[in-house]
Design a protein around this ligand. Structure first.
Ligand SMILES: *Cc1c(COP(=O)(O)O)cnc(C)c1O
Length: 368
């Protein structure tokens, strides 16, 4: 199979073994054999961040946004409110979801490139005490690659008795997370980013006690009903509706491969890729947007070359033709593009990519 190097922030490059795991005999997902696979997947996903005794993964067929939507629309009661930290497109998306469902929320706007100002956040929590019972944050804001540190936020949730919801779509399986220690009740991630599986499955890892509290809440959704899916899975080991069968076989293989590598090991490999990337682009005369100490080590926002011959499409197409997929910027004010260093890649792939980028930059006369 041709090996493409995906430097977009997911779907990520996968191993050959994960790709091939999808080729299986046809099976009805209501069979016990498939239920055993589902149980393995659900427990395996939980184990990377929590003890399956107290936490469980609730799965849905869908992209990552479906999981965020499932949690927000299932968890926050009609007479409750949520404080959402917005420092990028994914924080903004949580606000949009709340708008659509009529969920009460307070938006805490924070810089897209500087870390969260914790004093200001605490003041905001105090101001809305009694109105908000939940705090939501994006762990790695994929918009910029800015890491929102969970520990200080966890402390605030403890101090003010808030239930902590984390969109860890682009950090789960890459950055070590400990749900109990970090007081996280709901954490959302998907099958096609750092877990290095195929697209199509999203999962919310939930504290079981918190899930139980949802039992009698008035329902706002149907397909995305977190409690209904949890309860159904307990009884049947099935999803309520047709799952992406082959994606789940690939996910099983991806879990096995992460169990072998470990999250800590993957974090080291990604960090190595990221360091190689930063060193390389700096050598080529490019700069990045966020200060290095606040990077997630997963995705980097780079300022576009200031040079007449440059266009994002031109650079994209040059690299794409040579097997590398890069990603446009998502921050309005500045001209940027993004490079993710996740997936089944190592330092040598990044080095080869940098050689290719160098040739493009020589071609447009940005460098000699
Ligand atoms: C990728 C991503 C999502 C989900 O995007 P989908 O396109 O719906 O899969 C949500 N939040 C963050 C932080 C992401 O990086």
């Amino acid at each position: 199979m041709k090996r493409n190097i995906l430097l977009n922030p997911g779907p990520a490059t996968t191993t050959e073994t994960v790709k091939l795991a999808q080729v299986v005999p046809d099976i009805c997902p209501r069979e016990a054999e498939f239920g055993a696979l589902m149980e393995f997947v659900s427990e395996g996903l939980t184990s990377f961040v929590a003890d399956p005794k107290d936490y469980t993964s609730v799965l849905f067929g869908g992209s990552g946004t479906a999981g965020v939507e499932a949690v927000l629309s299932s968890v926050i009661g009609e007479d409750e409110g949520i404080l959402i930290v917005n420092n990028g497109a994914y924080g903004a998306r949580m606000c949009q979801i709340c708008d659509v469902y009529g969920i009460h929320y307070v938006e805490f706007k924070s810089s897209k490139i500087e870390p969260i100002n914790l004093e200001e956040l605490e003041a905001c929590i105090k101001e809305h005490q009694g109105f908000v019972q939940y705090l939501a944050v994006i762990h790695n804001e994929t918009t910029t690659g800015l890491l929102n540190e969970l520990d200080p936020l966890a402390e605030l949730t403890r101090k003010y008795g808030l239930t902590f919801i984390v969109d860890a779509m682009s950090s789960y399986a890459a950055i070590p997370i400990h749900m109990a220690k970090q007081n996280i009740s709901y954490l959302v991630a998907s099958s096609n980013k750092n877990i290095q599986g195929m697209a199509g499955v999203v999962f919310a890892i939930c504290n079981k006690e918190k899930l139980q509290e949802l039992k009698d809440k008035k329902k706002r959704n149907f397909y995305l009903d977190l409690y209904a899916q949890y309860e159904y899975f307990q009884k049947t080991k099935q999803l309520r509706f047709t799952p992406p069968v082959q994606t789940l076989y690939a996910l099983k293989q991806a879990i096995i491969e992460l169990q072998e590598e470990t999250v800590e090991g993957r974090y080291q490999r990604y960090t190595d890729n990221w360091e190689t990337l930063l060193e390389g682009i700096t050598r080529l005369g490019l700069t990045y947007l966020v200060a290095k100490e606040h990077h997630s080590h997963i995705i980097t926002t780079i300022l576009e070359p200031d040079c007449e011959g440059y266009s994002f499409d031109g650079m994209h197409d040059y690299l794409y033709a040579r097997g590398y997929t890069i990603y446009p910027g998502k921050i309005g004010e500045k001209n940027t593009f993004r490079i993710a260093n996740i997936g089944a890649l190592d330092r040598n792939d990044i080095k080869e990519f940098l050689e290719c980028l160098e040739k493009y930059l020589i071609g447009i006369k940005f460098i000699k």
